[in-house]
Design a protein around this ligand. Structure first.
Ligand SMILES: CC(C)(COP(=O)(O)OP(=O)(O)OC[C@H]1O[C@@H](n2cnc3c(N)ncnc32)[C@H](O)[C@@H]1OP(=O)(O)O)[C@@H](O)C(=O)NCCC(=O)NCCS
Length: 181
């Protein structure tokens, strides 16, 4: 996990985090996830890896963002990423994505994939910043709004330096990559 500056930290998501994660999820997506979905992901899905970004408070901590991916054979699929609206635009989403991608690098993937809503230009900008390229469109992919999904990928064959580049980004942002999971 990346070590981000105090009072923030990144760690693996646990079942106890689900209520706070759902609060952020509800503020972030048109069709919020359910408790059962996250329970299934954390308990039953061995391919799933979820992280939370927390901010330490006086006696407790507050979850301000989360991200997740599936490790399917040689492919890493980004399943979700969200930051609490009050914390957006301050680099927190970038921390979460960079951390996710560095975790993914440990699994030596050939491809990182994700879908993003056609109208979600903010997330698309974040992904482009992290060298994702648009490779396809899934028409009417989102059942709630009927919106198309843009399929974006990082192809490691075309970007063999990608994980080193990510480590360089972490250095530029002055956040450290450590081997502790
Ligand atoms: C997408 C999301 C996670 C980004 O988190 P964030 O903390 O606001 O983003 P950051 O401050 O780390 O910004 C990182 C990059 O994202 C892009 N970005 C962030 N806010 C943006 C905005 N308002 N407009 C355009 N691009 C923006 C930029 O590329 C930015 O890099 P820059 O600062 O060098 O320009 C956040 O907006 C969110 O939770 N959205 C709702 C959930 C969602 O859409 N998830 C993605 C599903 S595919």
């Amino acid at each position: 996990m990346l070590s981000v500056p105090h009072p923030y930290s990144l760690r693996s998501m646990t079942v106890a985090d689900i209520p706070a994660v759902l609060t952020v999820d509800k503020l972030s997506f048109p069709s919020p996830a359910t408790e059962q979905l996250f329970r299934n992901e954390l308990i039953d899905n061995n391919l799933a890896h979820y992280q939370v970004l927390v901010r330490a408070a006086k006696t407790d901590e507050e979850i301000i963002g989360f991200a997740g991916f599936w490790n399917i054979a040689d492919e890493i699929h980004v399943s979700t990423i969200a930051v609490h609206p009050d914390e957006r635009g301050r680099g927190r989403g970038e921390w979460l994505l960079l951390n996710l991608l560095l975790e993914a690098c440990r699994m030596s993937p050939l491809l990182v994939t994700l879908e993003v809503r056609h109208g979600n230009t903010t997330a698309q900008a974040l992904y482009r910043k992290y060298r994702f390229e648009e490779v396809g469109l899934r028409r009417r992919y989102y059942r709630d709004t009927g919106e198309d999904a843009i399929l974006m990928t990082v192809d490691f064959a075309a970007a063999p330096d990608y994980c080193d580049w990510l480590r360089g980004r972490a250095e530029q942002l002055r956040i450290q990559a450590s081997d502790a999971v």
